[in-house]
Design a protein around this ligand. Structure first.
Ligand code: PBG
Length: 369
């Protein structure tokens, strides 16, 4: 007869819930949103069913939903109407991106952390994250000057956090100095510290209508490399990063665990568009249990060490988390099955949280973790 019986601790939902090591909370989640210039109606992204390009008006609604759902934050990406070699639109203080950030910041009412993407790829006609030299290579140092201008504009427009996703050398130090010079000492920097040259970004490029030909392998990291992420962490910490990030998340949990163990600042992870698209595609075919796979994927990212998760599922997951025990989810999901409760179906492109039978969401400081 066995005398060590670990199954004892798995016997009932109550025991499992008490002894679980990793919990998800809406405040850990950040919703990435796409706002497109000149759009009249929210437009669903072909390769990201349920995720929309938004108008300024619909992103305002979505921000209110995110705020009311008790999310931690929202990350704004802009899709401009015109592009050029320098990505000029990115540094127009009266431009569309600044207007979108202002709208989101206003609707967030201080209850959501407002983040914005600092990168040129949506604004350049060649689709690269930086400006190019005549020979077609990236001009690193000219690029980070442009990021610095962009960051000041975003912070002025109301971004609490600027997300540096361009993977240029020296970007964090350069942006920190520019923010400080402008008196924007309280703006945080989220550094995409270990951002890999990943095929999992495919659907995002639909979302921002990317014009990129070729790839980003001279600036984003080689997916085969693990050690390099720790060097990047050293550099980013020394340069003043307030939050460091690993991206993508699901296929890079080892890197995330390394960073979480070594970092002296909070660690974020980005469950990217391709991770979302794969879950949606398999679910649509009835091949996996959508809700359970989503929750499991997010729990795994937390377990590996992420304090903060950027995910297109943020609103939907928050609604589930508010309603029930994790264990009860697969059996009795509080969200109607199929797509009824999805952000997808919110006619105006916003999450229909009013349809979720979820109660008020306790704040982290009320319930602890
Ligand atoms: C660059 C950027 C990308 C993503 C976020 N910021 C695309 C890229 O580097 O090619 C990808 C996010 C996702 O796939 O969900 N501005």
């Amino acid at each position: 007869m066995p005398h060590l019986r670990p199954r004892r601790a798995r016997r009932t939902p109550a025991i499992r819930e008490l002894l679980t090591q990793t919990r998800l909370h809406p405040r850990d989640l950040v919703l990435p949103v796409f706002v497109k210039e000149g759009l009249q109606e929210p437009a669903e992204i072909r390769s990201m069913p349920g995720v929309y390009q938004h108008t300024i008006a619909s992103v305002r609604d979505l921000t209110e939903q995110a705020r009311d759902a008790g999310l931690g934050g929202i990350m704004v990406f802009a899709v401009p109407q015109s592009r050029d070699a320098l990505g000029s639109g990115a540094t127009d203080p009266d431009g569309f991106f600044a207007a979108a950030i202002r709208a989101v910041a206003q609707a967030a009412e201080g209850a959501l952390v407002v983040m914005s993407d600092i990168c040129l790829d949506e604004f350049t006609d060649h689709g690269h994250c930086g400006v190019l030299r005549p020979d077609g290579t990236i001009d690193n140092d000219a690029t980070i000057d442009r990021y610095a201008q962009m960051a000041v504009i975003h912070a002025d427009a109301g971004a609490d956090v600027v997300g540096l996703s361009g993977m240029m050398d020296g970007q964090t130090a350069e942006v920190r100095a520019a923010l400080d010079d402008a008196g924007l000492i309280d703006t945080l920097i989220l550094s995409y510290t270990a951002k890999y040259a990943s095929a999992f970004y495919g659907p995002f490029r639909d979302a921002v209508e990317s014009t990129l030909e070729g790839d980003r392998r001279t600036y984003q990291m080689d997916p085969a490399n693990r050690r390099e992420a720790l060097r990047a962490l050293d550099i980013e910490e020394a340069s003043g990063a307030d939050i460091v990030m690993v991206k993508p998340a699901g296929s890079y949990l080892d890197v995330l665990a390394d960073l979480a163990a070594a970092s002296s600042v909070p660690v974020a992870a980005y469950q990217v568009s391709g991770e979302y698209a794969m879950i949606e595609a398999a679910s649509a075919n009835g091949w996996i249990d959508r809700e359970r796979v989503i929750v499991e994927s997010l729990i795994a990212i937390r377990r590996a060490g992420a304090d903060v998760i950027l995910t297109y599922y943020a609103l939907e997951a928050a609604a589930w988390l508010a309603g029930s025990r994790r264990d009860a989810l697969p059996v009795n999901p509080p969200v109607a099955s199929g797509s009824a409760g999805r952000v997808a179906d919110a006619g105006a492109g916003s999450g229909r949280l009013d349809e979720f039978p979820a109660g008020p969401i306790p704040r982290a400081d009320e319930v602890g973790r």
